[in-house]
Design a binder for this molecule. Structure first.
Ligand code: PMP
Length: 323
């Protein structure tokens, strides 16, 4: 089964009937968690979201995710109908309601804010109150063997959204650009597609940021290349520098991918996944390289370690600087 194929098919997609959802401030059973067919999040992809993980019952990079959520919302002039602190608490409330605020449990958290119900027609002026909900679940983005053996990927023929068209830094509910590329990966029977921007510069994969290693240096595209400003990406850059590995943001082109010694993708859902072939060309020796291996270990260690005092959210971010 090259590239993962249909490894997910056959699983039950029905949510656990005992699942509790946080919807507009209330914890309710999943069967009662409903969104209107007139919600502009559904009609037009008008809304924003976050994908967050908790490890051992602790939300990882909580403040970074919340800040990005508020920045995404600000960019589309969507006023989240809850304060930063309320959104912050919603994470723990949802985890708790599902028995996941527990030192032995991990979870994936999906936080969604939609424009809310409105009349037909795209104008957000004719919508009412935004809706917010939080789901706790598990997520397995790639087949487990990809983390050991590495993943084959392709370069997509779909251009990454232009920064001035649909800025990729907004984590919006409109993921069709990424989905088109993802389908191309499926068609090629590989796990992911790397998207280039309108200049031919490497942007990112469909749900992950990208790193390559060249002569011992870690290189990743800058945000101007048209990427989501990934929180895992920032963590990897920090961990690399702490370990004395040089890490730079740099415009990369397709040939840089083909000439890389190593390549890996990073994301909250994926965590760190090594890439061992690109467009059927082996990356380096076609095996998982030492830098990728090191980063995977360092990341795992970090997410499972108790946060240092300065990492505990305090009066930083939006709480200190009203939006
Ligand atoms: N790029 C895209 C397009 C994404 O959707 C994501 C998140 N799934 C990422 C990159 C990685 O971002 P993060 O590390 O913050 O999850």
């Amino acid at each position: 089964m090259v590239g993962g194929g249909n490894w997910y098919t056959g699983e039950n997609y029905d949510p656990d009937p005992n699942l509790k959802i946080w919807l507009d401030g209330k914890i309710i059973p999943v069967q009662e968690a409903r969104i209107s067919v007139f919600d502009h999040g559904l009609l037009y992809g008008d809304g924003v979201f976050e994908g967050i993980r908790s490890y051992n019952g602790r939300v990882f990079e909580r403040d970074a995710h919340l800040r990005r959520l508020f920045h995404s919302a600000k960019a589309i002039q969507l006023e989240i109908p809850f304060t930063y602190d309320e959104v912050d608490r919603s994470l723990d409330q949802t985890l708790e309601a599902n028995g996941l605020l527990h030192p032995e449990r991990d979870a994936y958290i999906r936080l969604v804010v939609t424009r809310g119900v409105g009349v037909l027609g795209i104008s957000p002026r004719r919508t009412w109150k935004p809706k917010m909900y939080v789901i706790t679940a598990t997520i397995q983005m790639y087949a487990p063997e990809m983390y050991e053996k590495g993943m084959p990927v392709i370069v997509s023929s779909f251009t990454r959204n232009h920064n001035n068209a649909m800025p990729p830094r907004i984590k919006s509910l409109n993921y069709l650009n990424n989905i088109l590329a993802k389908m191309e990966a499926h068609d090629a029977n590989v796990g992911e597609a790397i998207m280039l921007n309108h200049l031919g510069h490497v942007a990112e994969a469909t749900g992950d940021n990208l790193f390559i290693v060249r002569d011992g240096q870690l290189q990743t595209p800058p945000t101007s290349a048209g990427i989501l400003e990934g929180i895992t990406r920032a963590t990897v850059i920090r961990l690399a520098r702490e370990a004395g590995i040089e890490a730079v943001e740099k415009d990369l082109v397709r040939m840089d991918l083909y000439a890389a010694d190593e390549c890996f993708l990073t994301g909250t859902g994926a965590q760190i996944v090594p890439v061992t072939s690109i467009d059927r060309r082996p990356v380096g020796r076609g095996t998982v390289g030492p830098v990728a291996k090191f980063m995977m270990q360092a990341y795992e260690q970090l997410v499972r370690s108790a946060p240092k005092k300065e990492e505990v959210p305090t009066e930083r971010g939006l709480r200190a600087q009203p939006a």
